[in-house]
Design a protein around this ligand. Structure first.
Ligand SMILES: Cc1cc2nc3c(=O)[nH]c(=O)nc-3n(C[C@H](O)[C@H](O)[C@H](O)COP(=O)(O)OP(=O)(O)OC[C@H]3O[C@@H](n4cnc5c(N)ncnc54)[C@H](O)[C@@H]3O)c2cc1C
Ligand code: SF4
Length: 509
């Protein structure tokens, strides 16, 4: 018999470790381990979601006649780590070998490889992704710049998605220029998918409430899908109700509307409940049946077969050194406001509040508010990475790290993005209604009432001039800086100094 180890983000019967399972002899091992739940202090909702999805998946396997050895977190003989649990179950079942799908995170793969077990361990490719490690590295080899757009086109062709013969559907590969509409008043945003906790979920919620009370985030209300059927319903609901507007308002932010027209599927795709290709095919079908416009469908598909696969490719190409990148030598400690501390900056306050409540923020909140501030305030990449790993229910290092180190902090010096995503308050004002309710004035560039993003943006460019000036995408911006009067530059530096003194002193900004 073989022992088949299924990790908490491999919850799909099509996963490679289960492909040739013998129901009569083999045993599936699943375990909730303290080490994984606490190596960073994950958001309470994230832990409850993953444990509940694992327990439901184990139940489904059992109902289908599989033998499952499931260790709950509070089982008295839980050994606490994957390695210890593996050793314990090997001594019980004495398998010929252990079979596992490659862990999605480098750290876990290293742990598995370093195990000294009495039986061989077979690590199979992770078929929850659409591109393999070797495919990505051959694509990357010899390229001066690794741009997502070119990788994405290759994926479109490979899977024949939104293609018209060998040409992209509609004539263009990318319709992003149609996807930047500012939010308008009176938008009616459909409710996101919600499921009510059943007995299994309630038991997990009680466990998390008792054991992880000190972790960040609200546990209630809990409405995540926790089974494949529910996740499929969430997908269907997105395709029917929100995909139509996904493109237009992809970058828009409205106070009190955390979910907008996004899909809220990352949790389910990342833990295996949904497969990326089925999400993409459902969106393409909606386009072919004229249920959703091309700009929305192409935009959604690009996020999944483009960005998602691309960041994973970068992760495996660049690990383990990628974890230590700090191109801009940023050192500032993560301010308390990221943990819900008071701030008068309304955009940050809203995005942190929603993150705490939902273990979710949509892409533009993560990128252009929380991420933009982390970049221009010079926050330490280690601290920022840890925060993003903790707070989002979809966070796993393979996706979190490239988005933080590469996309928001430019800490990799331009491997992932061609320039830093720094922006002043004008961007946030254009794409949201946050500024209307803020104590700061977005129209003011300097002085105590000015929006801090306005002067911090220029201060960031000044502070990092030696590293960024040669970036050709910043040439125009540095020319504008050159033309600024000395008084203006002094005002920017003084405002930023005052702001940082308050921030670093732990006072409210
Ligand atoms: C700083 C930062 C940190 C992030 N951390 C994570 C993370 O830990 N886990 C995570 O899944 N995504 C992360 N993202 C990417 C993106 O913000 C989330 O995937 C998205 O917000 C999830 O919500 P959604 O399902 O409603 O996405 P939608 O906007 O509906 O997009 C559809 C799908 O595309 C994929 N996707 C979109 N953008 C990206 C991207 N940049 N990288 C990878 N996949 C993408 C996701 O699977 C998502 O479900 C991060 C982005 C930033 C800027
Ligand atoms: S004024 Fe500035 S700080 Fe306030 S919400 Fe707008 S961008 Fe954010």
């Amino acid at each position: 018999m073989n022992l088949r180890l299924v990790l908490g983000d491999q919850l799909n019967q099509k996963v490679s470790s289960l492909s040739d399972i013998n129901k009569n002899t083999d045993v599936v091992l699943m375990c909730e381990v303290w080490e994984e739940a606490t190596y960073v202090k994950h958001h309470k909702k994230k832990i409850a979601f993953i444990f509940s999805a694992m327990r439901h998946f184990a139940q489904e396997l059992k109902e289908k006649g599989y033998k499952v050895h499931y260790t709950k977190l509070d089982d008295p003989d839980n050994a606490g780590s994957f390695s210890a649990e593996l050793e314990r179950t090997i001594s019980i079942y004495k398998p010929e070998k252990v079979i596992i799908t490659e862990p999605s995170e480098y750290r876990v793969l290293q742990d598995i490889k370093s195990l000294d077990l009495d039986v061989p361990i077979e690590v199979r490719p992770d078929n929850r992704f659409l591109s393999t490690h070797s495919e990505f590295s051959s694509w990357a080899e010899g390229r001066k710049q690794l741009r997502m757009e070119y990788f994405y086109r290759q994926m479109r062709k490979k899977y024949n998605i939104l293609m018209s013969g060998d040409k992209p559907e509609g004539g263009e590969w990318n319709y992003d220029n149609e996807n930047r509409k500012a939010p308008k008043e009176g938008l009616s945003i459909p409710q996101s998918f919600m499921s009510e906790p059943d007995e299994i979920t309630q038991e997990v919620i009680d466990l998390v409430s008792e054991r992880f009370s000190k972790h960040f985030g609200d546990l209630y209300p809990f409405h995540f899908a926790v089974t494949r059927n529910q996740a499929l319903q969430a997908l269907e609901q997105f395709i029917k109700e929100r995909l139509i507007n996904f493109g237009d308002y992809q970058d828009a932010m409205i106070q009190g509307e955390p979910w907008m027209y996004h899909s809220h599927l990352s949790f389910y795709i990342n833990c295996g409940l949904l497969l990326p290709l089925e999400c993409v095919e459902a969106a393409e079908l909606a386009y072919r049946e004229q249920q959703a416009p091309l700009n929305a469908v192409e935009g959604f598909i690009r996020q999944i077969i483009g960005w998602r696969e691309y960041v994973r490719g970068i992760y495996w190409l660049k690990m383990p050194k990628y974890e230590d990148e700090n191109f801009l030598q940023a050192k500032r400690k993560l301010p308390w406001l990221y943990w819900g501390g008071d701030t008068q900056m309304n955009c940050l306050s809203q995005c942190v509040k929603e993150t705490k409540e939902n273990a979710y923020a949509h892409h533009i909140q993560r990128l252009m508010v929380l991420g933009n501030f982390a970049l221009i305030a010079g926050l330490d990449p280690d601290e920022v990475n840890e925060w993003y790993m903790i707070v989002y229910a979809d966070a796993y290092q393979w996706v979190e790290l490239p988005n933080v180190t590469g996309m928001i902090l430019f800490a990799d010096g331009g491997v992932l993005g061609s320039k830093p995503y720094a922006a002043s308050g004008a961007y946030i004002n254009k794409m949201s209604d946050y500024c209307k309710r803020c104590r700061y004035k977005v129209s003011k560039k300097n002085g105590p009432d000015a929006c801090p993003f306005n002067y911090l943006y220029w201060d960031f460019l000044i502070r990092n001039e030696d590293k960024l000036r040669s970036n050709h995408r910043l040439t125009m911006i540095y020319r504008t800086l050159e033309r600024m009067s000395e008084e203006k530059v002094e005002a920017i530096k003084n405002d930023s100094k005052r702001f940082f003194k308050t921030l670093d002193g732990g006072e409210i900004v």
